[in-house]
Design a protein around this ligand. Structure first.
Ligand code: GRF
Length: 204
């Protein structure tokens, strides 16, 4: 098999999507390996999980670096030190500077807990319930400078049930996140994806 692409997963907290990405990479035919988990929160729970899987980790508190661009430049340097080829944001709760986004253009994915373009931003499950949606879900998309707006690679929908609380709905969506994110990342790292305007071709 061809050499596997080196991926960095960027997290800020729990890291359940990170775990799903790591576990998919344990399959022999996976097109990527998780070569680094980086967190902007030094005690992020996911860092411990990554370490216990034998994966290299790095962390840097985002405060006190003289602004967003300066912090992102340091993150970028860490990624390059680890010879990272692709980046997967997985609950990374930071807005990114334009320079960082430009540097990883076409090589950085994010998972968002809604069916974009509905509900970019936070509190997506509450908003889907309040809006009266019958379907809700998750989206894997390329990262561009506009928040939660890049070309869509994969989506999965779940029903919104009459007695759903935001937490119940979030749990149903999260199961789908864990299913589609590894598939989308595998396709990217295998070179199967092609972006034309807003559309992504090649995801099966
Ligand atoms: C997920 O719902 C993801 O879609 C969103 O943040 C949450 C992170 O959860 N971007 P986890 O850290 O992957 O468990």
């Amino acid at each position: 098999m061809a050499e596997r692409a080196r991926v960095a997963v960027l997290i800020s907290g729990r890291g359940s999507n990170m775990e799903a990405l790591i576990s998919a990479a344990q399959q022999a035919d996976c097109s990527y390996e998780v070569a680094l988990v980086f967190a902007n929160v030094v005690d992020a729970k996911g860092l411990e999980t990554a370490r216990s899987s034998g994966i290299a980790t790095a962390s840097l508190d985002h405060r006190g670096h003289g602004g967003r661009a300066a912090f992102d430049a340091k993150v970028d340097a860490i990624l390059r030190e680890h010879r990272i080829r692709f980046v997967a944001l997985a609950g990374y709760m930071r807005l990114l500077s334009d320079a960082f986004v430009d540097g990883w253009q076409g090589r950085m994915l994010n998972i968002h807990p809604s069916l974009l373009p509905s509900f970019p931003g936070l509190h997506t499950h509450e908003r889907a319930i309040e809006t009266g949606c019958r379907l809700h879900g998750c989206t894997v998309h390329f990262v561009t400078s506009e928040l939660d707006c890049g070309p869509i690679v994969a989506q999965a929908a779940v029903p919104v049930l009459d007695d759903d609380t935001p937490d119940m709905l979030a749990a149903r969506v999260l199961t789908e996140e864990h299913r589609i994110y590894p598939e989308a990342l595998k396709a990217l790292c295998a070179g199967q994806l092609r972006i034309e305007g807003n559309r992504v071709f090649g995801f099966r």
